[in-house]
Design a protein around this ligand. Structure first.
Ligand code: HEC
Ligand SMILES: [Cu+2]
Length: 335
C-alpha cells in the first residue's frame, strides 16, 4: 500500500526520525480516540433522561489517579529522551565525513566541494557515505531543507552552521529554502543527487556538471589567494613580530590576549580575517589588516581556510615559504 503521509525517507536520520514521528502520532491517535469514546459513552449513559444507577458515585481513587499521572509522565519522558538522542546525534559528525560547503544567497544555493567542483542549486553526493555541510549566508537568513532526509538547518549571515547526513537511497531529492527570504524565496531550491559510489566517482572524474576535468581544489585556490593577498608577508614559518605562523593552526588551542582559550576552527579563521581584533592572539596587537567582504568573499574565506588546514607542521628548514599542496583528494575515493 502506498499512502505517503511523509515524503520518501532517504537518509539514515530519516528512518529514525520517522519512527519517532509515527510513534508520537500513534500515541496521540490512541489517546484521543480513547478520551472521546469515554466522553461519548459517559455522556450517553448518564444523560439526564436515562435512568442510570447514580447511587454510590465514587469519590476519588488514589490508585487510578497515580496511574494516570505516572504513566503519561513516563511516556513523555521516554519521548523526550528518544528525541534528545536524535538531536544529539546530529552533532556527532563522523570523523571521515566528506566536507561540502554551502553559501546561501538571494536566491540560490552555491555549493563547493573541497576538490574544487562547484554546483548551483544541485548537490551530488555518494550513496551511503556521511557528508557534512558547512553553511553560511551572504545576505539574509535562509534554511537549507532536504525533506527526504528529514533535515533542515538555518543558514545565517555572519556565522557557520552545519549538519550531516548519510544518504541511504540513490535518486533525486528536493533542496528547499525553508526560511522566507524575500521575493523569490519560493524559487530558492534545487536537488540533491545521490549517486551510487561508482557513478559518483565518474561524476567527479569528469569534473562535475561543468566538465572541468581538473578543477582547482579549494586549498589550491586558497593558496593562490593567500599569495595574491600577500598574507605571507606577516605569516611565516614561525611566529615573528609581524604575525603568528599559520602552520599547525587549524584545530589547535589558541591563547588569546584576554586570557581565554579557543579552538582554531572554521569560524575562528573567518573571524581572524573579517574581524581580527575580536580575538587577538596573545602577544600581538591590532596590526593585521581588516579584510572587507569586497576584498575577500565568503567563498574565498572558505578557500583560505581549506588552505590553512593543509598547513600541517612547519617545514624543518625555513627555505620553503609556502609548502606544496598534496594532490586534492577526491571525496569518496579514499574510502
Ligand atoms: C600586516 C601583517 C598581517 C597581514 C598582511 C595578515 N595578517 Fe593575519 N595576523 C596578523 C597578526 C599580527 C595576527 C595576530 C593578531 C590577531 O589575532 O589579529 C594575525 C592573525 C591571523 C590569524 C589567527 C592566527 C592565530 O595564530 O591564531 C589568521 C588565521 C590570519 N591572521 C590569517 C591571515 C590571512 C589569511 C591573511 C591574508 C589574507 C593575513 N592573515 C594577513 C598579521 C597579518
Ligand atoms: Cu532563502
Amino acid at each position: 500500500m502506498n499512502f505517503p503521509i511523509r515524503p520518501e525517507a532517504a537518509s539514515e536520520h530519516a528512518g529514525k526520525h520517522d519512527a519517532l514521528f509515527y510513534t508520537i502520532t500513534a500515541l496521540t491517535i490512541f489517546f484521543t480516540i480513547g478520551v472521546y469514546v469515554a466522553v461519548l459513552f459517559l455522556a450517553l449513559k448518564y444523560n439526564h433522561k436515562n435512568k442510570a444507577d447514580r447511587s454510590n458515585a465514587p469519590h476519588g481513587n488514589t490508585k487510578l489517579e497515580i496511574a494516570w499521572s505516572v504513566i503519561p509522565l513516563g511516556m513523555a519522558i521516554a519521548i523526550f529522551a528518544w528525541s534528545t538522542q536524535q538531536f544529539v546525534d546530529l552533532y556527532k559528525v563522523p570523523k571521515d565525513a566528506m566536507q561540502v560547503f554551502v553559501i546561501g544567497k538571494q536566491w540560490m544555493w552555491q555549493i563547493q566541494h573541497t576538490n574544487g567542483i562547484r554546483e548551483n542549486n544541485e548537490l551530488h553526493v555518494p550513496l551511503g557515505e556521511p557528508v557534512q555541510l558547512t553553511m553560511i549566508s551572504q545576505d539574509v537568513i535562509h534554511a537549507f531543507y532536504i525533506p527526504e532526509f528529514r533535515l533542515q538547518w538555518h543558514v545565517v549571515p555572519g556565522r557557520y552552521t552545519s549538519f550531516w547526513f548519510t544518504p541511504t537511497k540513490p535518486g533525486k531529492f528536493h533542496i528547499l529554502c525553508a526560511m522566507h527570504c524575500g521575493t523569490q524565496h519560493s524559487e530558492m531550491g534545487g536537488y540533491v543527487y545521490v549517486l551510487p559510489k561508482k557513478e559518483y566517482q565518474e561524476w567527479v572524474a569528469k569534473g562535475g556538471n561543468r566538465f572541468i576535468a581538473t578543477p582547482t581544489s579549494m586549498a589550491q585556490a586558497g593558496k593562490q589567494l593567500y599569495e595574491r593577498l600577500a598574507c605571507g608577508t606577516c605569516h611565516g614559518d614561525k611566529d615573528n613580530e609581524r604575525g603568528t605562523t599559520l602552520y599547525g593552526l587549524f584545530g589547535s588551542q589558541r591563547k588569546l590576549k584576554d586570557g581565554s582559550m579557543v579552538v582554531a576552527d572554521n569560524a575562528y579563521i573567518r573571524d581572524a580575517i573579517y574581524d581580527p581584533y575580536r580575538h587577538l592572539v596573545t602577544g600581538y596587537d591590532k596590526t593585521m589588516p581588516v579584510y572587507e567582504k569586497s576584498q575577500v568573499s565568503e567563498e574565498q574565506i572558505l578557500q583560505l581556510t581549506e588552505y590553512i588546514k593543509t598547513l600541517g607542521q612547519a617545514p624543518a628548514t625555513d627555505v620553503v615559504a609556502s609548502p606544496p599542496i598534496p594532490a586534492s583528494p577526491t571525496p569518496g575515493a579514499e574510502r
